[in-house]
Each structure stands twice: as C-alpha cells, then as structure tokens.
Design a protein around this ligand. Structure first.
Ligand SMILES: [Zn+2]
Length: 203
C-alpha cells in the first residue's frame, strides 16, 4: 500500500477538518474554509464536499489546500500531526534511494495524478446533477397538477420519475467509495453530460 493510501486509510477528511480547528456540527456540516461561507455548506465524512464552491477531496487534499502544501508534504504533515508513525524515508532525502524505491515513488505520483483527473470529471458531474436536482424539485412544486387537470405537465412527470434516482446518484458520487464512483461515471457519464447541455437553457 502506498503512503497516500496508508494516510487516507487512517485519517478521514472528518478527522483532519476537526483536528485543524474547524467546527463540524452534528449533521456533519461545517463552514467551508475555501470560500466565504456564512452557513455550513461543507459536508464532511471520509471525504469532504462543499455544496457552495465545489471544493472536494480526501484528508490529504484538505490539508494540501488548507495549508497550501504539495500533496506529499500534506501527507507528511498528517503523519506527524496525527502521530501515525508511517515511514516516509523514501521522501526524506536522507536515505539513499534504490532504483526500486524511486520507481515506486514515481508510480505513486502518477496514480495520484490520474485520481485527480478523475476527481475533476466527478466534480463536474456532481455540479450538473445538483443543478438538475434543484430543477426537478422546482418542477415538482411549480407544475403539480391542479384538480380537474386531464394531463400532467411533462416537467412534473419527469420530476416524479427522476428525483429519487438523481438523489441516489449524487449521494454515491459524493460519498460512495472509489469503485462505486468509477462505476457511476462509466455507466452514466455520457448521460450526465447530456443533462448538463440540456439544463444550460433553464434557470
Ligand atoms: Zn466552499
């Protein structure tokens, strides 16, 4: 297991956010430190996600963004601040690195980059689905049938059909494990893009 995985396994975003002095309420929400946030709009769990500015990530991302550190230094900081005792000798510069160590380090950095690229895609999908979700809510309220209506408005019907499902997708994309997130993007990625195009025209 890589150093990043080891750190993430032992320290959640929740642990990091509260450790560095940000108050989390009993609904797992806190004021987002990455934008001017008056009401708690950041959800914190194994990962964090801000519904205001879209800030999103795991414990290492949080420490990296909060303290303005490269991810490896952020992982090191967590290791020290939480007394994890993970050996970071590969990165300390004191030990002479073997070819094998260097190769492993490079691999870890690459997989981290791939993960970041995926997270950007995932964040876009979350933004689209959140907007669509609010739209469906609005349609349900605004286009509900009145007594004597022969036909239901198509927007109302759409909200009946889709709201629950979109809610579940959002939940899994934000808080599901990596495998679940990958699965969703693979199955629904194109459709989510199409929804994004479609709802551009609605306000
Ligand atoms: Zn925010």
């Amino acid at each position: 297991m890589g150093i990043f995985d080891e750190v993430k396994k032992r320290v959640t975003a929740y642990d990091a956010v509260s450790h560095y002095g940000i108050k989390i309420n009993n609904k797992g929400m806190c004021c987002c430190p990455f934008h001017d946030d008056k009401n708690p709009s950041m959800k914190v769990d194994s990962r964090y996600h801000c519904f205001g500015c879209g800030a999103d990530g795991d414990a290492i991302d949080f420490v990296s963004n909060y303290f303005g550190l490269p991810v490896i230094k952020a992982a090191k900081k967590i290791n020290e601040d939480f007394n994890l005792g993970i050996a970071f000798k590969n990165f300390s510069g004191n030990d002479i690195k073997s070819e094998e160590q260097l190769r492993l380090e490079r691999e870890q950095c690459i997989s981290r980059e791939v993960e970041r690229a995926f997270d950007i895609m995932r964040r876009d999908a979350i933004n689209i689905l959140s907007k669509y979700h609010s739209l469906l809510w609005y349609w349900r309220k605004e286009y509900g049938p009145s007594e004597g209506d022969a036909d239901w408005h198509p927007f109302f019907v759409e909200s009946l059909e889709k709201l629950e499902f979109i809610n579940e997708l959002l939940d899994d994309l934000i808080f599901g494990d990596r495998e679940k997130q990958l699965e969703i993007m693979e199955i629904y990625g194109e459709e989510i893009k199409a929804i994004g195009e479609r709802i551009k025209n609605f306000n």
